[in-house]
Write a protein that binds this ligand. Structure first.
Ligand SMILES: Cc1cc2nc3c(=O)[nH]c(=O)nc-3n(C[C@H](O)[C@H](O)[C@H](O)COP(=O)(O)O)c2cc1C
Length: 383
């Protein structure tokens, strides 16, 4: 199996599984507790059906939309995700280049393995930075200042991770940052010699954005769960979010909003956008899916906030349903991480191109010439 055999999420996932040591594969693939929310995130799209209009005159539909003040070529972009150097030697650099090439947004995590400056140097494409608030508040100030200097387009603050979700697969595999060869994991790493070779002979693993502030997770091996619980501020509140908005003074989103009440508060404190998200089912298991919450949140704030649907997106039709229900765009994590592991930058480009083709084909089949024509009249929820 190679990249040319990858036509959908399952194909990319299968190839990634072949290439990655199992602790790393399961870190990407897994969710929290019983993984019910993880499953639900994708399943929920099947609770709603598309209603096409025919004989609409055809022509190439316009897939573009605008988020965080930047036009993007299609209504899907790369969610910010941690430690991409583990999935491919080029890591974030590969994802950022692929996103720029396809004309969409790249999201960078605080826990990225390339720095804000490095990515700004290689990509003039649309860029979003994702902030985690550490107990050491000087880290927040430092990250915001650096994003301003590097001309990032938008900032989002992740609000669903004040404590790490219970990711039992990571407990079982002993996954750590940076990866450590333990008796438990030795066999798993030894089974993927080309990954080990690439890991040892390429750029050293580091949490590039925070390494000058903390050794933990960069030089000192930690489980990701320990890292989150030691470093992130569990007392983070609305005042902290407001502080970030004022300091950034540009397009700003909260990532991890799931209720109408919180969406209204986000608007009140000055957010320009929200990501409806449950962290890809990696935090509160048993929580509703983003798509299940989208309609209600969109009815409450959709005309005043840019709504981004994040979680469970695997198909172009999922994006169409989200747009019709009220989102301005969607973002995805596992889909592009598996494609990155499967084929580096070329893999991410292929996943994005596939998604572009699916959205385009399905908009044609729906009789929609542009994103605006995808509205509530085009979907129906099952009883
Ligand atoms: C391996 C992995 C690492 C992630 N790291 C981060 C992170 O550093 N910051 C963050 O806000 N979200 C992180 N997320 C969540 C994603 O941004 C996104 O919300 C989620 O992947 C969406 O669900 P999907 O994978 O079903 O598309 C991570 C997700 C995965 C799978």
């Amino acid at each position: 199996m190679n990249l040319n055999d990858c036509h959908n999420f399952d194909d990319f996932r299968k190839l990634a599984k072949k290439k990655l040591p199992s602790p790393i594969f399961h870190y990407i693939d897994g969710g929290s507790d019983d993984e019910i929310t993880l499953q639900r995130n994708t399943e929920s799209f099947n609770q709603c059906d598309l209603i096409p209009n025919v004989l609409a005159g055809g022509g190439k539909p316009d897939l573009s939309t605008e988020i965080f003040g930047r036009k993007i070529s299609m209504p899907i972009f790369l969610s910010p995700t941690a430690m991409q150097r583990l999935y491919d030697p080029e890591g974030d650099r590969a994802s950022a280049r692929a996103a720029a090439k396809l004309g969409t947004m790249y999201g960078m995590s605080t826990m990225a393995t390339s720095s804000i400056e490095e990515i700004a140097n290689i990509s003039s494409g649309p860029k979003l930075f994702q902030l985690y608030i550490h107990k050491d508040k000087s880290i927040t100030d430092d990250l915001i200042e650096r994003c301003k200097r590097a001309n990032f387009d938008g900032l989002c603050l992740t609000v669903d991770t004040i404590v790490a979700g219970n990711r039992e697969r990571d407990h079982r595999t002993g996954f750590t940052t940076p990866p450590k060869l333990t008796i438990k994991s030795l066999f798993e790493f030894a089974a993927k010699p080309s990954w080990v070779f690439n890991y040892l002979t390429n750029k050293k693993f580091e949490l590039s954005n925070v390494k000058h502030k903390t050794d933990k997770g960069t030089n000192i091996t930690k489980s990701v769960i320990e890292y989150v619980n030691e470093q992130y501020d569990p007392k983070m509140n609305w005042k902290d979010a407001e502080y970030c908005i004022k300091k950034w003074n540009g397009p700003f989103a909260l990532k991890g909003i799931m209720s109408v009440e919180d969406a209204k508060k986000a608007l009140d404190i000055g957010c320009t956008a929200i990501l409806i998200s449950n962290h890809g089912g990696r935090q509160l298991d048993g929580s509703r899916s983003p798509f299940d919450q989208l309609k209600e949140i969109s009815d409450a704030v959709g005309d005043k906030l840019e709504i981004i649907l994040d979680g469970g997106v695997r198909r172009g039709t999922h994006v169409l349903k989200a747009i019709a229900a009220g989102a301005k765009a969607c973002s995805f994590g596992r889909m592009f991480l598996f494609s990155l592991a499967a084929g580096g930058q070329a893999g991410v480009e292929r996943a994005l191109q596939n998604m572009h083709n699916e959205i385009q084909r399905n908009m044609l089949l729906m009789g929609c010439k542009n994103i605006k024509e995808l509205n509530r009249s085009k979907i129906i929820y099952r009883k």
